[in-house]
Design a protein around this ligand. Structure first.
Ligand code: M6R
Length: 612
């Protein structure tokens, strides 16, 4: 949420900052801005809307300067507007601040600053940082660089909440200060140039050497120097990590949207993730079979789509392992007085590894002494660095705000983990483990077939895209897929979409049903197929148009009893979520396209939610 870029070196900074912002645009896109250090002071240019709007605004100026910071915003305090967009400045216009996070005590700080005579221009929490720095620096007449660093350390100690910051001061030119608490910030070490970014995509087109900052770190970047300090300003040793090739954003590859490209990548991303596990499943998750043997409880945590992956995994764990497993929303778990039983394995699932709620939930689990394992897609992310163990899904960058390929890769990892735990706990034989993993390994072929249903799903979308409300039903492992289908549809179409466990509709949701409402039921020919047929009958009796997402066997059994059918290949019943979700991703995509929505960057959302 909000993207930060910083550059200091020998090149003109503005084009580099804009390219960095473009790569970070998935983090927020309601407004953007940059600050460039020119010879006579800091020049700030901002605009409402996407980075392309900032780029055209910048073309009205002749900006010259080899040091600058920039920001793409997802509004928290203050509506999207030019005034509220970053960078923010002090009363004298000598300081520039970009910020990702929320300063929770900003109102008290602001009141104090106003009493001291400061004038605020924006409604943001961020602006207090610029004025606090101004207060600290107002009587400094020498040793500007050092004083700027000291002021940054003092100001950050006054802030409550979360922040990643990029700071410039006119009197300490060619130098950027960065700092972070609970919001990600990474440095890029180049040759005669250094970078700051919310993540490595801000700079990985220029350097592949990254330095991940820890909470409370303060970094000073100059053309030929990166120094990192702790809160007491003791210099810290740091590691430079060489970024893997090939995981960066590679464009849309001919697809109209990243979402469609990412849906189509799933046969490969699921295969790569399965291969990464099956190379040696006993070591893939970093946690040993001996450790797993003693696990008595499993806690699975995530947000949004990642949470739906944990819900599916709960069914698998309890089916194969006979160990209690809870799937929890991170945002609920972190503030709830939860039971904290011994011998718990806490599994955190996140594409970005930066979701603030999930990171806080991990902190809580660590404090309780749980073993922690993260399943993330982004190398070096906060969750990965904080967990005892990490497994990386093999998706490459997921750019579309609506998560697709990360979900199926998370499922692949979680299914394998469930099987490994089951074997370690003695609940399944080695032979059964082999059989289950063998079924998993065959999935990419079925996924390919599911993706190839795009043509028939497009036709269905043409029939239904003008509807205003959609209901999704499923049972067992397909219930979370009903929720995921509804989430996908509402995210990118802005239409009302609700997912329910099919058995629950008679307890209330059936009141929603009215004539011609599309009700999408995920119903392979499994042990609950007849129950799902009953649910279809119940909604059809009330005038709904039933759409079945089923397998070939289920299709034969249906005998034209429903309005429409999406037919997917037969797979083992516990694996159907892998392919049913693809049909629902395509359905949401096609409906959004017919409604002319901003598919990759839907309104009000951001890819990585790094604030509470
Ligand atoms: O990066 P994460 O997987 O932790 O993100 C969690 C959710 O914010 C994310 O899945 C969100 O719900 C997506 N936009 C869903 O498509």
């Amino acid at each position: 949420m909000c993207g930060i870029v910083g550059y200091t070196g020998r090149k003109e900074s503005a084009p580099i900052l804009i390219a960095g912002l473009k790569a970070l645009e998935y983090r927020g896109y309601d407004s953007a801005g940059l600050a460039v250090e020119e010879k006579d002071g800091i020049k700030i240019v901002k605009s409402v809307g996407k980075v392309s709007a900032l780029k055209s605004e910048v073309s009205n100026y002749t900006l010259h300067g080899t040091t600058g910071i920039a920001h793409t915003r997802w509004a928290t305090h203050g509506k999207p507007s030019t005034i509220n967009s970053h960078p923010h400045s002090d009363c004298l216009g000598e300081i520039a601040v970009v910020h990702n996070g929320i300063i929770e005590n900003y109102q008290a700080l602001k009141d104090e600053l106003i009493k001291k005579g400061h004038t605020f221009k924006s409604e943001t929490d961020t602006e207090v940082i610029a004025h606090l720095l101004e207060e600290k620096l107002k009587s400094v007449n020498s040793d500007y660089e050092n004083e700027f660093l000291k002021a940054a350390a003092e100001v950050t100690k006054m802030l409550e909440g979360s922040y990643a910051l990029g700071l410039l001061w006119k009197k300490a030119p060619n130098m950027i200060i960065g700092s972070r608490v609970k919001s990600p910030l990474v440095c890029g070490a180049g040759e005669n140039e250094n970078f700051l970014g919310s993540d490595v995509s801000a700079f990985n087109q220029w350097t592949r050497n990254a330095i991940y900052l820890d909470d409370y770190d303060i970094v000073v970047l100059k053309e030929n120097e990166i120094k990192i300090y702790d809160r007491q300003l003791h210099e810290k040793y740091y590691n430079i990590i060489e970024l893997e090739q090939g995981l960066e954003q590679s464009g849309k590859n001919g697809y109209e949207h990243y979402m469609l490209k990412e849906i189509n990548e799933q046969p490969f991303t699921v295969r790569s993730t399965i291969e990464a596990v099956l190379k040696d499943i006993n070591t893939a998750f970093g946690i040993t079979k001996d450790e797993l043997k003693n696990i008595k409880n499993i806690l699975m945590i995530g947000c949004g789509t990642a949470y739906h992956a944990t819900m599916v995994a709960k069914y698998w764990v309890e089916e194969f392992c006979n160990i209690p497993c809870q799937a929890e929303y991170a945002s609920e778990y972190k503030y709830r007085k939860a039971a904290m039983p011994d011998e718990t394995l806490a599994v955190f699932v996140s594409q970005s590894g930066e979701t603030a709620d999930t990171v806080s939930a991990l902190e809580k689990a660590r404090a309780a002494g749980f073993k922690t394992l993260s399943i993330c897609n982004v190398f070096g992310s906060t969750l990965a660095r904080m967990s005892d163990h990490t497994f990386y899904t093999k998706c490459g960058s997921e750019i579309s705000v609506a998560s697709t390929k990360a979900f199926t890769a998370q499922l692949a990892a979680l299914f394998s983990l469930s099987v490994l735990i089951a074997e370690s706990a003695g609940s399944i034989s080695t032979e059964k483990k082999g059989r289950l993993l063998n079924e998993l390994a065959k999935l990419p072929v079925a996924i390919e077939t599911a993706v190839s249903e795009d043509g028939s799903i497009s036709k269905l979308a043409e029939k239904y895209y003008k509807e205003k409300t959609f209901v999704f039903l499923g049972r067992n492992v397909n219930y979370p897929i009903a929720l995921e289908g509804a989430l996908k549809l509402k995210e990118i179409t802005y239409l009302q979409a609700e997912g329910f466990p099919a058995g629950e509709i008679k307890h209330g949701p059936i009141a929603l049903i009215n004539t011609d409402m599309p009700v999408i039921s995920i119903m392979p020919a499994d042990s609950l197929y007849d129950k799902m047929v009953n649910a279809c009958e119940e909604v059809m009796a009330r005038g709904a148009k039933a759409i079945a997402v089923t397998d070939e066997k289920g299709y034969k059994l249906l005998e034209n009893r429903v309005e429409d059918v999406i037919v997917l290949p037969n797979v083992e019943e516990y694996l159907f979520p892998f392919i049913s979700v693809i049909a629902l991703q395509l359905f949401a995509y096609r409906i959004a396209k017919l409604n002319n929505r901003e598919i990759d960057q839907p309104r009000n959302l951001a890819k990585s939610v790094t604030v509470e």
